[in-house]
Write a protein that binds this ligand. Structure first.
Ligand code: HEM
Length: 383
């Protein structure tokens, strides 16, 4: 929602980073109104993410695979699921992703306003993911709506609504699974959803509830985050014509990817993840009891001047080793390669098909609200 100045002119909504930037120099750990402990400093976030014996990921009473698992069980599921997201598994889909990105960018109007988040990022993410998982194109609108409602429900804190949204997703996934029973395989040999249904963990096939949970986590990771990442990246390019022209002229893939990571570090739209303490412990000089709810604030940690100096200075090489956009430790994002490939492909398609991308002067970009970071809308003009 756009806020208004006293004279009625729209202003961009509040940048959540300002609050954590202001708190972090004096308070590495803060407590919110709900009683949760928020880790703001880079060293503390890393400490908690690496101490999986003291900080459990079993934060939800719902099944969350692999996100909500700890210890050996977590390792067994990651071992079974990570191969779906490695370079060899993703390679067969890259041409599809390129075709989808090129077609989508070609369909966007020139000279008029385009929202980089909903018109480009969300549409691209859903189409690319459907191509990867072998899902029918008819699901596109339902998936886009589901991601938006899932964000709204999480933001509201309304448990009934969140539960209803989760159930809606289960229904949607079951429709996809039902077309794959009895050996049917609509996507042929490379149908990832069918392959997931055949996957074994600890010597037995995954149960339906587990498959739904995996697909919910892949979908949540992919659809929502990719759309927000596209918003942050396009906003940066539209605000920085020199960088835009340098990338349009052509840079090596590794340099392109490093720049993407660094732009996301500065304005990380995937704000945080939760943990729960398994025993009393001390972090950042603060004593936490057992069962304390703890938030690892990636966005704040990624702007810690003790590690990055000026948090807004773009320095991919110097900062890459400490970048926490995809987390760290045993729960670090298994979808990192998929998202890097998707982001590179969609940005390249945008740059290749345009001479300039500029912010729409009549429609300011709007900041996202927690639990999302980055921008909820980035209106741009393509020429
Ligand atoms: C688009 C940008 C993305 C960002 C910024 C992102 C970020 C993260 C972060 C910070 C974590 C660590 C969570 C923790 O420590 O609790 C994580 C975990 C995870 N991500 Fe991503 N992610 C992205 C895309 C994806 C994609 C494309 C997928 C899969 C298709 C995915 C699937 C997952 C899963 C399943 C986990 C849980 C891993 C575990 O608990 O072992 N993510 N992600």
């Amino acid at each position: 929602m756009t806020e208004h100045t006293p004279d009625g002119l729209p202003t961009p909504t509040r940048d959540q980073r300002a609050a954590t930037d202001a708190l972090r120099p004096c308070h590495g750990v803060v407590r919110n109104q709900r009683g949760d402990w928020i880790l703001l400093r880079h060293d503390l976030v890393v400490q908690a993410a690496l101490d999986d014996a003291g900080f459990s990921s079993a934060v939800s009473r719902y099944l969350q695979i692999p996100n909500g698992l700890d210890g050996d069980r977590h390792a067994a599921y990651r071992q079974a699921l990570d191969p779906f997201l490695d370079a060899a598994a993703l390679e067969p889909f890259l041409d599809d992703f390129r075709r989808i990105a090129t077609g989508l960018v070609a369909s966007l109007p020139r000279g008029g306003s385009v929202d980089a988040v909903s018109n480009l990022g969300a549409r691209f993410a859903v189409r690319a993911q459907s191509a990867w998982l072998g899902w029918p194109a008819e699901l596109e609108d339902r998936l886009v709506d589901w991601v938006a409602e899932n964000h709204a429900a999480t933001r509201s804190g309304d448990r009934d609504w969140t539960l209803r949204v989760a159930e809606d997703f289960d229904t949607l996934i079951h429709s996809v699974l039902d077309t794959r029973r009895d050996g049917q395989c609509p996507g042929g040999a490379r149908d990832v959803t069918s392959a997931l249904m055949r996957t074994q963990v600890e010597g037995r096939p995954l149960e339906d509830a587990e498959i739904v949970s995996v697909l919910r986590n892949w979908t949540g990771g992919d659809l929502g985050s990719i759309a927000l990442c596209v918003g942050v990246l396009v906003h940066r390019l539209a605000s920085d014509p020199a960088l835009q022209q340098r990338l349009r002229a052509g840079v090596a893939e590794a340099e392109f990817d490093a720049l993407i990571d660094e732009i996301l570090r500065i304005d990380n739209p995937f704000l945080s993840n939760r943990r729960i303490t398994t025993r009393p412990l001390t972090i950042g000089g603060v004593d936490l009891p057992a069962a304390a709810r703890v938030t690892l604030h990636w966005t704040s940690a990624n702007r810690d001047s003790a590690v990055f100096g000026d948090p807004d200075a773009l320095d991919p090489q110097a900062n890459r080793a400490h970048n926490l956009v995809y987390g760290i430790g045993r729960h670090a994002c298994p979808g990192r390669l998929l998202s890097t490939l998707e982001l590179r492909i969609v940005l390249r398609a945008l740059l290749d098909a345009t001479a300039s991308v500029t912010l729409d002067p009549d429609d300011p970009a709007e900041r996202a609200m927690s639990p999302a970071g980055g921008w909820s809308r980035v209106p741009v003009i393509l020429r």
